[in-house]
Design a protein around this ligand. Structure first.
Ligand code: BMA
Length: 339
């Protein structure tokens, strides 16, 4: 058997906790969850669905903060250990490429990805309806908001951490402007972040009940020896509303619109009080990972019940082995995704 490895940088200080003794889980929760509680800073009622990256030996993140008038905005946070966070008091100030103020009316579900030497924030913004907002920074002081990449309606935009054939690679989930009772994941490419094309279908919602309504990209794909490891969310509709769980898939290394393996099972579903109870009950919503290429450790950051942030752990070896062992492709997942 070939060794399964994570391809990327070392992160010896990746947040970590060993799997509890006797646990049969492939993904296990941090025992001190939730790591971000309600009313985390003045004027903010809840932080959830947020994204973090390693930065200057520590960690930095872009947080979805539901302000006390109910509107979500993006705040910057810093952490020494990836677990305890402190936030800037003012929301992130975006400017356009000429330096003029360019603030979104609202902003939620950010993803934060480093591609080459620049950090990109992609979020759901108002563009005459829900659409993808995009901004970049190199120093976390100046945030330049770029033109909206896509027409409405779209959500769950997330970059691959590296360009392919010179192009930025973006996963997204076309939607409606409401609570979207449908949705597949698509791939798009751009040489310059202005012109987008080469659109391909990646994954469809699943046969399995937990992901039977819609799916959406979660954390930025992680490069492994087996392909791109993607943590995503899958949604089912119950008589009591939507339930969001976490799934995992492996996309082809060279042609990531092809799904190589996809677990038929969820890998995390609402079970703990902070996932089952909150502003929106029964939501587990992954937006980021931190990972260490040397040990294969992966820390997953997820929003819980639209009220808290939780942390969960796995290793590349465990999760890839599990996804392959419980593999069940759906529909046309293994196609290149063009019709
Ligand atoms: C989705 C998004 C997420 C949210 C989820 C559950 O449509 O708005 O931000 O976590 O619904 O409410």
């Amino acid at each position: 058997m070939t060794e399964i490895k994570l391809i990327g940088e070392s992160l010896p200080n990746v947040p970590w906790q060993d799997k509890p003794q006797g646990s049969d889980r492939v993904v296990w929760r941090y025992s001190q969850n939730p790591i971000i509680d309600r009313n985390p800073l003045k004027g903010v009622a809840r932080i959830f669905n947020s994204a973090v990256v390693p930065y200057e030996g520590k960690f930095i993140g872009v947080f979805r903060a539901e302000t006390i008038n109910g509107v979500p905005h993006l705040y910057l946070g810093r952490s020494d250990d990836g677990v305890s966070w402190h936030y800037e008091e003012e929301r992130i100030q975006f400017v356009d490429e000429k330096g003029n103020e360019f603030m979104p009316k609202y902003a939620y579900d950010p993803r934060l990805i480093k591609v080459e030497d620049t950090y990109y924030i992609i979020w759901c913004t108002d563009f005459y309806g829900a659409a993808l907002g995009l901004a970049k920074t190199t120093d976390f002081k100046t945030f330049v908001r770029l033109d909206n990449p896509f027409l409405p309606f779209n959500r769950n935009g997330v970059f691959f951490p590296k360009k392919m054939n010179g192009n930025f690679m973006l996963l997204s989930r076309p939607s409606d402007s409401g609570h979207t009772p449908f949705g597949d994941i698509f791939l798009s490419e751009s040489p310059d972040l202005v012109y987008w094309g080469k659109h391909k279908h990646v994954m469809t919602k699943g046969n399995n009940w937990w992901q039977s309504l819609k799916i959406g990209g979660g954390a930025a794909p992680i490069e492994t020896t087996e392909g791109w490891l993607l943590f995503y969310h899958g949604v089912t509709g119950t008589c009591n509303g939507y339930v969001y769980s976490m799934g995992a898939a492996i996309l082809d290394k060279e042609n990531p619109s092809i799904v190589k393996y996809r677990s038929e099972n969820f890998i995390l579903t609402p079970e703990e009080w902070y996932e089952e109870r909150g502003f929106v009950a029964n939501v587990v919503f992954p937006c980021a990972t931190l990972h260490d290429a040397d040990t294969g450790r992966i820390a997953i950051y997820y929003g819980a019940a639209d009220s808290y942030v939780g942390l969960a752990f796995t290793t590349v070896e465990e999760i890839v082995t599990y996804v392959k062992a419980t593999h069940q492709l759906v529909g046309d997942d293994n196609e290149i995704g063009m019709r």
